[in-house]
Design a protein around this ligand. Structure first.
Ligand SMILES: *Cc1c(COP(=O)(O)O)cnc(C)c1O
Length: 341
């Protein structure tokens, strides 16, 4: 059996999800007639503390529909330089929304509020208006870092002062909440809109939600349709998301415990640039110093362990319900052996 630490997106639906999918009541969601999708959207809006929510096919579509709805072409969007929206969405915000990204260098994904304050454009004919601020929590390239609530509050306060909306890429916002003990609504309370993924640690096969004010969601529905994201009997997949939302959140703590176990095992290893104190949630990023990440990845693969190379010098290991303690112990032993040559 392979030990798959490439991503938490590899999680497969549970038996309960499969049964819910089989039994799902469905209708045409573009007509607003799929009772299961409607229930998922209502429940998600409630959990996020927002007026309304909309089911979308992926996290990327959720973020992009949010950007399209909040902005107009020729405006500028502030985002962190390692944000998923900047790094991993194939420049969709430039290609579709016609915005100019304004990437700011954060620390593990956390942007100092002073930097945001300095980046908000003045009203001047030479300058693009700042139309949106995007945040990400937990921060993927920041190693699953929990962005502190205080940081989000400070940025939101600034945004409100300038009348600029804030969108949260909360693909893993439940990881942040479960690990920090801070309610999801406290985080989303510092944002205008939020996107979160069902298809990562929550284990559902397909889909994300965007949530926000009802007028925003009404407009977002048109953007989703325009992009070809209007799905019909989507209750078949939304049913699994309902199971995820009601029964898979608390278990994220197991993924965090496994990531910490991995971190402890790798702490202080010769040949590894790694600080276990940087592990907040379910992502562990290591830098091998005496071999290329690609080599370490290949050696691990020979031992039936899959990891992902994130950068020329970085490897990402992600825990999920597809791996258990024993898998983590085996991985630690394998990495020790490989590094020892
Ligand atoms: C995975 C991820 C997304 C995108 O989700 P997809 O469903 O893969 O499109 C967006 N933001 C972050 C932080 C992610 O980790």
């Amino acid at each position: 059996m392979m030990i798959d630490l490439r991503s938490d997106t590899i999680t497969r639906p549970t038996g309960e999800m499969r049964r819910a999918m089989y039994e799902a009541e469905v209708g045409d969601d573009v007509y607003g007639e799929d009772p299961t999708v409607n229930r998922l959207e209502e429940e998600s809006a409630r959990v996020m503390g927002k007026e309304a929510a909309m089911y979308v096919s992926s996290g990327t579509m959720g973020n992009q529909v949010a950007i399209l709805t909040h902005t107009s072409p020729g405006t500028e969007v502030i985002m962190e330089a390692n944000a998923h929206i900047y790094y991993y969405e194939a420049a969709a915000a430039s290609a579709f929304a016609g915005i100019q990204p304004r990437p700011l260098a954060g620390n593990k994904g956390v942007i100092p509020p002073e930097l945001v304050a300095g980046a908000i454009r003045a009203d001047d004919v030479h300058l693009p208006p700042t139309s949106l601020i995007c945040l990400e929590n937990t921060h993927n390239r920041g190693g699953g870092k929990i962005v502190p609530l205080e940081n989000m509050k400070a940025i939101y306060k600034l945004a409100c002062k300038h009348n600029i909306p804030v969108h949260l890429d909360g693909a893993r916002i439940f990881n942040a909440s479960v690990a920090s003990g801070i309610a999801v609504q406290d985080y989303t309370g510092c944002t205008t809109s939020v996107q979160f993924c069902f298809s990562k640690g929550l284990g559902a096969p397909v889909g994300s939600i965007i949530a926000g004010p009802s007028g925003f969601i009404d407009e977002a529905r048109r953007w989703r349709k325009r992009l070809g994201g209007g799905m019909r009997q989507a209750g078949v997949i939304a049913s699994a998301c309902l199971v995820a939302l009601t029964s898979m959140v608390e278990r994220l703590a197991d993924d965090h415990a496994n990531a910490h176990l991995l971190a402890e095992g790798l702490a202080g290893l010769n040949g590894l640039d790694f600080d276990p104190r940087e592990v907040d949630t379910n992502i562990v990023i290591i830098k091998p110093m005496k071999m290329l990440p690609g080599q370490l990845k290949e050696e691990l693969k020979k031992r039936d362990i899959l990891v992902s190379v994130m950068e020329p010098d970085m490897i990402r290991l992600t825990t999920s319900r597809e791996v258990n303690r024993e898998d983590i112990e085996k991985t630690v032993i394998a990495i020790k052996e490989i590094l020892a040559g």
